[in-house]
Structure formats: structure tokens, C-alpha cells
Design a protein around this ligand. Structure first.
Ligand code: HEC
Length: 207
């Protein structure tokens, strides 16, 4: 391997890592927006009992921002639904399920949640129904079935944000696992180059 090829390899590795960092920045913004939707909309009816308010710090929110999100609840409290289960049962005929592990519980995970919450439409009889879950007892909470094309676009982004967030909530350690993977690969790569150079040096002496 000549020096040029070695540098080309290093340069491409650097670009890849830079790209990963950029994508990570986008993802962080999506997760933060999704966390807002989850706490401000979904949490009215659904609990996310395996998440604590302090977990939001892991998404890059400041302590002050989390203080606003939790209101009079404590940092260490789980996200219990604002509506009491009995009231929800009376209103919807069913207690809304906990959402913390929903992205793992349903086949299709994040994609399923996204399609379900955007799947509402107005049926021929004037009632609202859902393409993905016909007869669902959850109301069209984002207002998808009533939206005009422009506002619909914004709602679709909102739905994607909150679904992505629920994917994170179901497996908050996934990202650090992935990052560890990248670090290990970078380490192995550098080690390979060093060992190769060492091998060349040793063999030169033998020639
Ligand atoms: C006004 C109360 C209410 C709000 C707000 C609400 N939901 Fe629901 N949700 C329900 C009810 C009730 C059910 C149970 C529906 C059923 O089983 O028929 C449900 C069920 C679900 C399910 C499970 C569907 C399944 O396959 O069993 C998911 C996923 C879900 N909601 C996501 C969300 C998300 C995401 C939000 C926030 C954008 C949200 N919900 C906001 C009432 C609500």
C-alpha cells in the first residue's frame, strides 16, 4: 500500500464519521420534537411508565427544559397518564395502553405507530375510522382526517417525530450500543494499519 492509498483510506473514514455525526444531529432534533409531542399530546391519555422525566436529559434537553415538561411532577417520576384510568375507561370504553414498549410490542414497530396515528379518515357515513386499526377507540388526536393538504404535511412530520421518539423510548440504549460499534471498528481499522506498517518494517530488514 503506497502513501496515497493510505491517505485516501483515512480521508474516506473521516468523511464517513462526519456523515454519521451529521445524521446524529438530525436524529437528536427529531427525538426532541417527538418528546414534546409525546408529553404534550399522547401523555394526556397514555402512560409511558418505563420512562422517567430525568430520561429526557439523555436526549440533550437542559434541566430547565425538563422542569417545564414535568410541571409539578418530580424528576424521578415515571410518565403516568394525565387522565385517570377510570375516566379514560368511561370516556373511551377502554384504558389506553402504556406506550413505553409499544414500538417493540407491535409488529412493524415505529412504522406501525406512524401509520396508525396518521391512518384516520372520514368514512362514507361521516364517522371517523382508521385504515390501520378499523374501529379503534382512540380519537383522531392529530386531526389528520380533517386536515387540508398543507396542514396535513406538518401533521405527518409530527407523527413521524413522535413515532421515532417511541422507538427510542422502547430501547434507549440502542444508540450507545451503535456508537460503541463504530468506536470498535475505528480501533480495529487503526490497529490494522499500524500492524501492516510494522510488518513492512520488519520484512524490509529481512530482505
Ligand atoms: C384522547 C385520548 C388519547 C390520546 C391523546 C392518544 N391516544 Fe392513543 N389510544 C387511545 C385509546 C383509547 C386507545 C385504545 C384503542 C383501542 O384499543 O381501540 C389508544 C391506542 C393507541 C395505540 C395502540 C394501538 C394498538 O395497536 O393497540 C397506540 C400505538 C397509540 N394509541 C398511540 C398514540 C400516540 C402516539 C398518541 C400521541 C400522538 C396518542 N396515542 C394519543 C387514546 C388516546
Amino acid at each position: 500500500m503506497n502513501h496515497f492509498r493510505l491517505w485516501a483510506l483515512f480521508a474516506s473514514l473521516a468523511c464517513t464519521m462526519n456523515g454519521t455525526a451529521l445524521a446524529a444531529g438530525d436524529k437528536a432534533a427529531i427525538l426532541q420534537r417527538g418528546a414534546h409531542v409525546a408529553t404534550e399530546v399522547c401523555n394526556a391519555c397514555h402512560s409511558l411508565k418505563y420512562l422517567k422525566y430525568s430520561d429526557f436529559l439523555k436526549l440533550g434537553f437542559t434541566k430547565q427544559q425538563v422542569d417545564v415538561m414535568r410541571g409539578d411532577r418530580n424528576m424521578g417520576d415515571p410518565l403516568i397518564a394525565q387522565m385517570a384510568p377510570g375516566d379514560a375507561l368511561a370516556a373511551f370504553g377502554i384504558v389506553p395502553p402504556d406506550l413505553s414498549l409499544m414500538a417493540k410490542a407491535r409488529e412493524g414497530g415505529v412504522g406501525y405507530i406512524d401509520s396508525m396515528i396518521t391512518g384516520f379518515y372520514t368514512a362514507a357515513n361521516g364517522n371517523t375510522d382508521n385504515h390501520v386499526f378499523p374501529g379503534i377507540k382512540m380519537p383522531d388526536i392529530l386531526g389528520i382526517s380533517q386536515a387540508d393538504p398543507t396542514s396535513r404535511k406538518a401533521l405527518l412530520v409530527k407523527a413521524e417525530d413522535v413515532s421515532t421518539f417511541l422507538g427510542w423510548a422502547a430501547d434507549p440504549m440502542a444508540e450507545s450500543r451503535e456508537n460503541l460499534g463504530y468506536a470498535v471498528m475505528a480501533y480495529v481499522f487503526v490497529l490494522t494499519v499500524l500492524l501492516y506498517l510494522l510488518k513492512r518494517k520488519i520484512w524490509k530488514r529481512l530482505e
